[in-house]
Design a protein around this ligand. Structure first.
Ligand code: UDP
Length: 244
């Protein structure tokens, strides 16, 4: 039974990083989907209930952004801590190396998924089942490749909302494994994008660091104050009153 808090209609799991890792690990055996929304993604889901429904069909939804953690506190049903998607992915990859499980990386620009695969292999020692870039017009051959390689872990790094929509549409055709909508993690794993320094992460300012490094994110980040205000006024309620 999941213990969740509804943040603008999205059921976010109230678990620690260690608990999230344990549940993720069980999904490598039993199958399961994990999404890692930040406030921008929850706002997108609030505006588009169809996307919200997709997020709510996951087996676990972890609070990737500090804004989601703060929202859960405002809603008087706090999550114990932030569970950053990238950190969860790294923990799972490390354990997979210890236990001999394999990973398939789908997403990122041409060459980036391969770079990520090489770095994962050299840094963690995880077995690579396969990799594929994320710019296919028709992804049916990718689904076939994933089925053929039968990984224990599938990282889908197509960016939101595409990756969640893709996972939801293809889930039944994919092998039983742990599937994580891992977004820009592929760029960090490949070594092309740096994670914020610990100082920013500890202060809950990773979003600010990303804004300094990528000023083009400014428009997207305008959703952060909108998110705070919407949670304040609407709380747990589902969206649907704005166009996506
Ligand atoms: N991406 C992809 N296919 C697409 C769109 C995006 O593979 O059609 C990849 C993109 O190259 C990047 C990743 O998705 O590596 C995440 O993109 P973004 O930084 O927008 O995601 P975020 O993690 O910030 O949501």
């Amino acid at each position: 039974m999941r213990d969740t808090v509804s943040v603008l209609g999205i059921n976010v799991d109230r678990c620690t990083m260690a608990q999230a890792e344990e549940r993720a690990w069980n999904m490598t055996e039993n199958g399961g989907v994990i999404y890692t929304p930040n406030p921008e993604i929850i706002m997108a889901a609030y505006r588009n209930p169809g996307y919200g429904a997709i997020l709510n069909r996951a087996d676990m939804v972890v609070p990737d952004g500090i804004g989601v953690v703060i929202a859960s506190k405002m809603l008087k049903k706090p999550v114990p801590e932030r569970v950053a998607g990238y950190d969860l992915v790294c923990r799972v990859l490390k354990k997979a190396a210890d236990e001999g499980k394999s990973v398939y990386i789908f997403g990122g620009k041409r060459g980036v998924s391969e770079q990520a695969a090489e770095k994962i292999k050299s840094d963690y020692g995880t077995k690579i089942a396969g990799f594929e870039h994320g710019y296919h017009k028709d992804t049916a051959p990718v689904v076939s490749d994933i089925c053929e390689k039968s990984p224990d872990i599938l990282l889908v790094c197509l960016g939101a909302p595409y990756q969640e929509k893709w996972i939801d549409a293809n889930r039944r055709d994919l092998p039983k494994c742990l599937i994580i909508g891992a977004g820009g993690s592929v760029d960090v794993l490949a070594g092309n994008t740096k994670r914020a320094p610990e100082f920013f992460i500890k202060l809950g300012l990773e979003w600010f660091y990303r804004l300094i490094c990528q000023p083009s994110r400014f428009i997207r980040m305008l959703d952060l104050p909108k998110f705070a205000l919407t949670v304040f006024f609407k709380g747990q309620r589902q969206g649907g009153n704005e166009n996506a």
